[in-house]
Write a protein that binds this ligand. Sequence first.
Ligand code: NOJ
Length: 548
Amino acid sequence: MTSWWKEIVFYEIYIPSYFDSNNDGIGDLKGIGQKLDYLKELGVEGIWLTPFYSSPKVDNGYDIADYYQVDADYGDMADFEQLIEAAHDRGIKVIVDMVLNHTSNQHEWFRESKKSRDNKKRDWYIWEPSTNNDGPPNNWESFFGGSAWEYDSMTGEYYYNAFAKEQVDLNWSNENVKEAVFDVLRFWLDKGVDGFRLDVINFLTLNRKFTDNPTNNVGEQDHLYDKDQEGIFDVINEVVAITKEYGDKFVLGEVGSDEFNLLEKYMNETDLDAVFNFNIGSMETLNDKKLFREIKKMDSKLSEINLPTLFFGSHDMPRHYSRFSNLGNEEKIARLTSTFLLTAKGIPFLYFGEEIGMQDFIAKNIEEIKDVQGSTAYHIAKESGYNDKEALKRANKQNRDKSRTPMQWKNEKYFGFSKNEPWINCGDTSNDSIADLQIRDDRSLWHHYQYLIQLRKNELTLQVGNYQMLNSENSIISYERKFEQSSFMIILNFADDDAEYNTRDLVEKEIEHVYSSQRFEMEEGSVLNSFRLLPYEAIVIKMNKGAH
Ligand code: NOJ
């Protein structure tokens, strides 16, 4: 029997932006509960909830102040319990984000740690004296920009923060920290969660000689000593082991890298069930050659038990509808890329709103930027002497609000997300990426997603089948997935032009069904011998049982 997470399609819900049930402008847990039927109809069987724990929300919940409380903006513990139950009733699994690398500076552990150098919890975080010349302990930079060290004048030492200064890194070489964090995992497992998405899990260990990071040839810091350090696999395996005490739970690691060689190590050498494959996920442009290279690598290098994750969007990256944009062809491209996500070998992760083609939001002034990474970029640019316009441009590059605007439910004010002004700008209100409208239109992008999700759900071959053939020729990527007697052919045209595909060994009797991402009535006979694909068209062919 394969594990349940290898068979389903996941959907990431960025909680503050999904649905606001109490009209305070912020999405909440009850709101998600009210949309479970929507998710079921779409066909997703797993949701990933971004952090909902008590937090000052400097980084929207990735700064946890109390691991045991639900943040009041999102509801309360009863809401959480009801959500889990209601999701399970509908056959939807729930995995939750777990931020183990750092806590908020408001967390009680840090408040203690900060009190004095000999406080019992001093060593729960990473404190270091300044160097001889009075500066921070080394040159390590925060991933949001600026130094990763913050000076505390009360105790005269620096503490380490890989992200914002309000997100303080825990000291994972302290056994008491580990024990405290493991208790947190047990608490949520007892609540019935189906697994964890482990935030920046490759950051837990550090080079404790605090060697300076080198600078690369484009003048940026190469984070050589502040992640992926010795002992990291062991720590991760401890986290996984605790989780697996609770049975068939899914443990998914966010390993912050788009280098397959590194991701592969975590996939093959830890007990994590999967990692986020940014080697594909964070592709900046639609590049079939790169995509093919990465799929090929993953197919040949990963052991049988390791499936890659398949995604193009998340709360940290621009929406791929905009990212892969080619004027006027956005929807065709969205249909093409989603056909890949939902038919390739791996575990698909959709990001909320992609099923209706939501687009990037670009801030028009600094006040519109809510994201800490975006606003930090703005302030750093200003401090470096750039004018407002240039600072805003730089900030927009980094701004993750792009993909965090509220879910577009209805064609009404605030898209039916809330009756009151949302916490974040609603973005471009003139588009037709609206769930309500698309559900009523059989030919919409939403229905395309629904069709493929359901297809994957009903066809074991699309869940577990291996690549019988995997090819890239001109602008076309094609693959055949096979399991026992059943097989599927997928043909994806990445060009802006028509492309000829030679079906070679396909013969009429083998074809059971043909689906096109663009042609709504496919003549099945037209697939014979060779055929032309439309620009950005994707074709999914189901072969008859017994073929080959
Ligand atoms: C990765 C999360 O996805 C991102 O949103 C967050 O800012 C960082 N980790 C820090 O927790």
